[in-house]
Design a protein around this ligand. Structure first.
Ligand SMILES: NC(=O)c1ccc[n+]([C@@H]2O[C@H](COP(=O)([O-])OP(=O)(O)OC[C@H]3O[C@@H](n4cnc5c(N)ncnc54)[C@H](O)[C@@H]3O)[C@@H](O)[C@H]2O)c1
Length: 312
């Protein structure tokens, strides 16, 4: 399905509070620019302190406090908790989370040294880090009565790229995670979707052109492929923020525009008469069961936060 680009339609996000991971540059910064333009408050979490300048610039341009920055490593729960708590302290809560932070370090791991830490880092940032950010986001949003999470995966979440083995695996992981957030709208009024761009002209691409100082021949090809204009990615993000009917959806951003990628249906051999009956029963139990899980998670989180603030 091809969707029209709708960047001219400017829905107001006045009063909304957005946490953006990796908002210090590239795609994350472009999303922050648009959120600020539409009246939202932005909380930037990035590993690079450049996010501090970005937040300062927004405050200067608007003449009020609309943005804050916290140095954040999304692979750490403590950093994620501090980031979302900052949004609550500064702006009263969280409505939107753009989970965009990612690293390219260790993207091509097939013949890299057999080193545990080196191997795990890209997974800990791109996949596990995104899951950690989303779990903290869900707790803060559930408390507020709902919200919208947009994950930035990649075309590499669907295609294979021999020169980016580990990176591709992390981006596939995000697709599976997003598609499994099935019950959140009914449980806590939270929606999770993913935008998956093909090549975009950011500093990210520069960082993967050589591996261990040796040029990677894949980019002789990749550099000939048309890039995705940033407005298409912004359209994808704002489509999901604005459309309350979307959840667990993945949209590809191509040089020609947006195309939704449907999840494959379950294979007929898995759905027997018995399993279909059992599925109906499970679906009736799933929402109350998940609501109970959320309520326990909220209680645990609140206790942890109280304990942490009493220690400080
Ligand atoms: N550029 C592309 O061609 C392209 C294509 C498809 C998808 N993407 C995805 O888009 C997103 C943004 O990419 P970009 O091109 O703007 O890259 P970029 O390198 O310009 O920006 C990455 C951002 O993530 C932050 N970051 C890195 N590691 C972090 C960590 N551990 N904790 C917190 N922040 C961290 C950086 O500080 C930076 O702000 C990424 O998820 C990337 O995988 C990029």
């Amino acid at each position: 399905m091809t969707l029209q680009s709708s960047s001219t339609e400017l829905t107001s996000f006045e009063g909304k509070v957005a946490v953006v991971t990796g908002g210090s540059r590239g795609i994350g910064k472009a999303i922050c620019d648009e959120l600020i333009k539409r009246g939202a408050k932005v909380v930037i979490g990035a590993i690079s302190d450049k996010g501090q300048e970005v937040a300062k610039q927004y405050n200067k341009e608007t003449g009020k406090k609309v943005a804050v920055f916290l140095r954040t490593d999304v692979s750490r729960y403590d950093d994620n908790k501090a980031l979302f708590q900052l949004a609550e302290n500064e702006f009263g809560g969280v409505d939107i989370a753009i989970l965009n932070a990612a690293t390219s370090d260790g993207s091509d791991n097939m013949f890299s040294p057999l080193d545990d830490k080196l191997e795990e880092r890209i997974f800990n940032v791109n996949a596990v880090g995104l899951i950690k950010s989303s779990k903290v986001a869900i707790l803060h949003m559930a408390k507020r009565g709902g919200g919208s999470i947009v994950c930035i995966s990649s075309a590499a979440g669907f295609y294979s790229v021999p020169a980016l083995t580990a990176y591709v695996a992390t981006k596939h992981a995000i697709i599976g995670y997003v598609r499994s957030c099935t019950f959140l709208p009914e449980v806590c009024n939270i929606r999770v979707n993913a935008v998956c761009p093909a090549f975009v002209d950011t500093e990210f691409l520069d960082s993967v052109r050589t591996v261990g100082g040796i040029p990677e021949p894949y980019y002789d090809f990749a550099d000939t492929v048309p890039v995705v204009p940033m407005p298409f990615i912004i359209d994808g993000v704002f489509k999901y923020l604005s459309d309350n009917t979307t959840n667990g959806e993945t949209v590809m951003a191509y040089p020609t525009g947006l195309e939704v990628r449907e999840a494959p249906e379950w294979h007929y051999s898995l759905l027997t008469e018995n399993s279909l009956k059992a599925q109906d029963i499970y679906l009736k139990k799933a929402i109350p069961h998940t609501k109970q899980q959320l309520s326990r998670a909220l209680e645990r989180y609140e206790n942890e936060q109280k304990k942490a603030s009493s220690i400080q």
